[in-house]
Design a protein around this ligand. Structure first.
Ligand SMILES: [Zn+2]
Ligand SMILES: [Zn+2]
Length: 213
């Protein structure tokens, strides 16, 4: 499993054999300089359903439209160098959830493979007409989990950010939020996520370990 925003694939729960033995420790933990805000309780995201109905989004040209029918498991703003290169920007914001809950309603997508931090394939799905990246599949979860680009949602403000990651490589003039946990690299989702959301992540990891995705 990877909890970065796009390219680093660094969550590193230690490979498939580790999953059964350490199901609750799949991340790197808190590092020096990390800020961990506790006591969050976002009603929209802690529920499996999305308050206000499904999320919708699409590409820049309008050909590709999609719908997300379940609340994200987690949402990261990733400042790793891979995400910076892939987006040409300071960082990326991705919401991760079960891929089966993301439906392409119109248009066609092309898949573009780049290397994740683990060395595995990170597959970026783009509108064939305009090239906008809509979501990605990462090596740790394969096609079981999708990392949807929050910027392509019709209303990105409906999604609450869980964490800012890889701040160690952020561009020096980029400001970090005061009220969102920030990490120099990645984090342990067992520590950060509410139990209901973490259990969804665990379920995907178990499916992946069994050969899914
Ligand atoms: Zn398009
Ligand atoms: Zn990244």
């Amino acid at each position: 499993m990877q909890l970065d925003g796009g390219g680093a694939d660094v969550l590193g729960f230690g490979g498939r054999r580790e999953i059964g033995r350490h199901p609750l420790h799949i991340g790197g933990g808190v590092r020096k300089g990390d800020r961990l805000a506790r006591g969050r309780g976002d009603a929209m995201q802690d529920a499996a359903e999305i308050a206000g109905g499904d999320l919708s989004g699409g590409c820049a040209c309008g050909a590709a439209r999609y719908r997300v029918s379940r609340a994200p498991i987690f949402v990261n703003n990733c400042h790793c160098r891979r995400c910076q290169v892939q987006t040409g920007s300071t960082s990326v914001v991705n919401m991760f959830l079960e891929a089966e809950c993301v439906d392409l309603l119109s248009g066609r997508l092309s898949e573009h493979v780049v290397k994740a931090g683990s060395g595995g394939d990170h597959i970026i799905c783009r509108c064939t007409a305009c090239g906008t990246a809509l979501w990605s599949y990462y090596p740790r979860l394969g096609r079981l989990g999708a990392g949807v680009r929050v910027g392509t949602l019709d209303d990105p403000a409906r999604v609450k950010l869980d964490a800012v990651i890889f701040t160690a490589s952020k561009m020096p003039w980029t400001a970090l939020p005061e009220d969102i946990p920030c990490f120099e690299a990645t984090y342990n989702p067992a520590e950060l996520l509410p139990p209901d959301r973490f259990s969804r992540l665990e379920a995907l990891i178990v499916q992946r370990a069994a050969g899914g995705g």
